[in-house]
Design a binder for this molecule. Structure first.
Ligand SMILES: [Zn+2]
Length: 220
């Protein structure tokens, strides 16, 4: 049997643990000094389990087809699912359960529209929370990042992924509160999380939502 490729993470833990990450890669968490021979042997014994998990993740990923702007397709916007309806409008209209999109609009145009909406929604919430928390940021930008929802630079410049506009309000709020909390704490220390939870006690629900809906990063 050929060896299964893996990423090794050593730490001060006592046992070996295998996980499969969202890109279907095998991650091995190991105690500091355990030999790679023992690790490989362990992996071989778990080969069945690893293959099944990797298949599961790859199947899931292949079902997440990219968005097509055609009648009957669905898109998430502000946490709600809307059916796409093409034509009959000269600009994007969100109405009832429909998102009406002009016939001539390309995916790129639509992405630009989403980015614009994101800017409006995030800036408004950002002002609210910055005031509420008494934090001052230097600037705010919107990026096409697919790996993170937000970031706070060393000089308190904030960045948000425009794809955030697909998430529900409480999730957008969480990302904003998270980045604003980095102005005072540039790490993910207990004090940082303390700050986040003072402003948003149930922030873990938002984290769960983001974990479950990570695919939104790749859909458009
Ligand atoms: Zn952070």
């Amino acid at each position: 049997m050929s060896d299964i490729p893996y990423k090794l993470v050593r730490s001060r833990r006592k046992t070996l643990a295998l996980t499969i990450d969202s890109s279907a890669q095998l991650v091995v968490r190991s105690p500091m000094r355990l030999s790679e021979d023992i690790i490989r042997e362990f992996i071989r014994k778990k080969a069945h389990w690893i293959a099944a998990k990797q298949r599961q993740i790859n199947d899931f990923a292949s079902k997440q087809s990219p968005l097509v702007l055609a009648d009957g397709e669905n898109i998430m916007y502000c946490g709600n699912s809307y059916a796409v309806s093409r034509g009959g409008v000269s600009e994007v209209v969100v109405e009832d359960r429909f998102i009406k999109i002009p016939e001539s609009m390309t995916i790129k145009d639509f992405a630009n529209w989403l980015r614009k909406q994101c800017k409006i929604i995030v800036c408004q919430r950002l002002n609210y929370y910055a005031n509420f928390m008494g934090e001052k940021y230097v600037s705010v930008r919107f990026s096409g990042a697919r790996s993170r929802w937000g970031s706070c630079g060393a000089r308190n410049t904030l960045n948000f992924a425009w794809r955030l506009v697909m998430c529900p309000q409480f999730v957008i709020d969480y990302v904003i509160v998270h980045e604003l909390s980095h102005i005072a704490h540039k790490d993910h220390s207990a004090r940082f999380w303390g700050r986040v939870s003072t402003v948003m006690p149930d922030y873990k629900q938002a984290q769960d939502w983001l974990r479950l809906n990570r695919r939104l990063m790749d859909i458009i």
